[in-house]
Write a protein that binds this ligand. Sequence first.
Ligand SMILES: [Fe+2]
Ligand SMILES: [Fe+2]
Length: 374
Amino acid sequence: MNAPLKHTADATTAEEGLAAENMHAPVDSKTATEVAMRNTLLTPRFYTTDFDEMDAIDVTPVRKDWDELIAQMKADPNKGHFRKNEDWDHIDWDGMEPELRAEFIDFLISSCTAEFSGCVLYKEMKRRGSNSDITTLFQLMARDEARHAGFINDALREAGIAVNLGFLTQKKKYTYFRPKFIYYATYLSEKIGYARYITIYRHLEKHPEHRFHPIFKWFKEWCNDEFSHGEAFALLMKTDPKLTSGRNVWWIKFFLTAVYGTMFVRDHQRPAFHAALGVDPEEYAQSVFEKTSALSEQVFPITLDIDHPAWLPTLRKLQAANEQIAEGDRQGGLGGRLKRLAGSAKAAAAFARLYAIPAKRHEVPVQTRLEPCY
Ligand SMILES: [Fe+2]
Ligand SMILES: [Fe+2]
């Protein structure tokens, strides 16, 4: 048997990545793992799906673009990249302002969970499938997500924390999504992930004084991985025009609204983190939505009208409702439960209002493939 790989950055498969030494928790991080275990509407989830249906996809209609994308991913320009090197500055975790420290750790744990959630889903698809086009793609994507999760775990370890990913795989609840919902949700999360990382990266290029942690220096290559993953899902959806037409457009609108709304609310939960980055969460959100919408025109026939007069005010209401829910939870007892209930009703109303804003329609281009452009 081969000795276990030392670091996820060198992994050429997800299996190697998962066995790498930096994937395992050498320290007791019960709290971190508990945070990662949380399943709420706002926390990253683990997904499972109908793997046979996904295995039956025929990529013939997009063959040329498909082969190019797979060749690009196989060339693996980021092999060895996701590890600490001389650019990794020392961080004084104990000297960090407590509020920032808590929010940043929460950010890292939830990012690590999200990366790992992708790894688990993609690896499972690879394991269950027999269609070599599909299994090759999912193997490559699982490899990337294992590296991303392992790298975040490195950053957390310096703060004396690590998420027990093995425990998570076994114990975290899996949410079932039909394949088409996996396409919409995963495509969007890859593309919005790209937009989030590149927006922060470009901002810190201009304002390096706000780069309070070295991990942000890695965001450019990182977001290019997420970009390719998004491209793969765009091509998968292109194989079947039904997925992006008719009644399914209502589902697409639902996922766009849910993904954008979740990002807005979650980012507002981390005021100290955004202040340290020198970023206004609302401006940041709009800039990320703008990029994600422009990209998603490659495959979705609609985009949300984020300049509509009701858009931002309703997002703020959604955010306030969410705060009320959190307050109710903290308060506990009957009063807390009532507060939570009222908050949930307000959140549902705000979501319905966002969903009711007419979407913008456009023609989907014949040519799907895009290159990172921001
Ligand atoms: Fe990733
Ligand atoms: Fe990804």
